[in-house]
Design a binder for this molecule. Structure first.
Ligand SMILES: [Mg+2]
Length: 233
């Protein structure tokens, strides 16, 4: 309850009754919740890396993504087995990634979004794959994992943290951020559920149908409109 003192100041009720507001309470009353946006990368800002590698190498089984296999560990173990069976090196994969561009409008989208609020890209793959895209997107903040490489051969992968997208959103909310998240696939749904507001973008029909609680948009322009509305709300 806000009261007006004799001197015309708006003060809290405890202060108005002559009690000094404790420092901690004053500090608390000054907290302002700010907003931050977390974005999935592949399928939102960039093409799917493994699909490009599958097309370039002719290894059709590499086309499977989190859209097809919800269990990330099953998916990654399968990919590593495939690339080693076919003698594919890290530098071969990096060469393919280097030929890829972000999705049309992605650079402009993230440039504009970064003028409006803070943005973190949450990428469920690896540092070694990310750099070419980060350069083309003007180096947004990126959280991702790391491959284990021996003599240019990918022998394993190391997750910095299981379910890092969800954990990042939870941690940001613990820092008093209101989190808006967007992603395209199964591996984004725990992040979207943890966020204050979650959007699906470019999602396949099966994901949209399975997660009707998340508003689905089909373009970066549509996502920008939704984020602007959420920022203003
Ligand atoms: Mg994705």
């Amino acid at each position: 309850m806000r009261l007006c003192s004799a001197r015309g100041w708006n003060l809290s009720s405890s202060h108005a009754y002559g009690l000094p507001l404790p420092a901690a309470a004053w500090h608390h009353s000054r907290r302002v919740k700010q907003t931050i946006v977390t974005l999935d990368m592949e399928g939102v800002l960039t093409p799917e890396i493994w699909i490009a590698v599958a097309e370039e190498t002719g290894i059709a089984d590499l086309r499977r993504t989190t859209r097809d296999e919800p269990d990330y560990n099953v998916l990654m173990r399968g990919r590593l087995a495939l690339i080693n069976r076919h003698g594919l090196k890290l530098s071969d994969i990096q060469r393919v990634i280097g030929t890829l561009d972000p999705l049309p409008g992605a650079r402009e989208f993230i440039d504009e979004l970064r003028t409006l609020t803070q943005v973190i890209v949450l990428f469920d793959t690896f540092e070694q794959f990310a750099a070419p895209f980060m350069r083309k997107l003007a180096w947004p903040t990126l959280f991702c994992h790391r491959l284990v490489v021996e003599d240019d051969r990918v022998t394993d992968y190391q997750l910095r943290l299981p379910d890092q997208k969800k954990e990042a959103v939870k941690a940001l909310r613990g820092l008093n951020y209101r989190v808006i998240s967007a992603g395209d696939s199964y591996n984004d749904t725990t992040m979207l559920a943890a966020a204050d507001t979650g959007f699906l973008i470019h999602a396949p029909q099966n994901v949209i149908a399975e997660f009707p609680q998340f508003k689905a948009v089909d373009s970066l322009a549509g996502l920008m409109d939704e984020i602007k509305a959420a920022l203003g709300g």
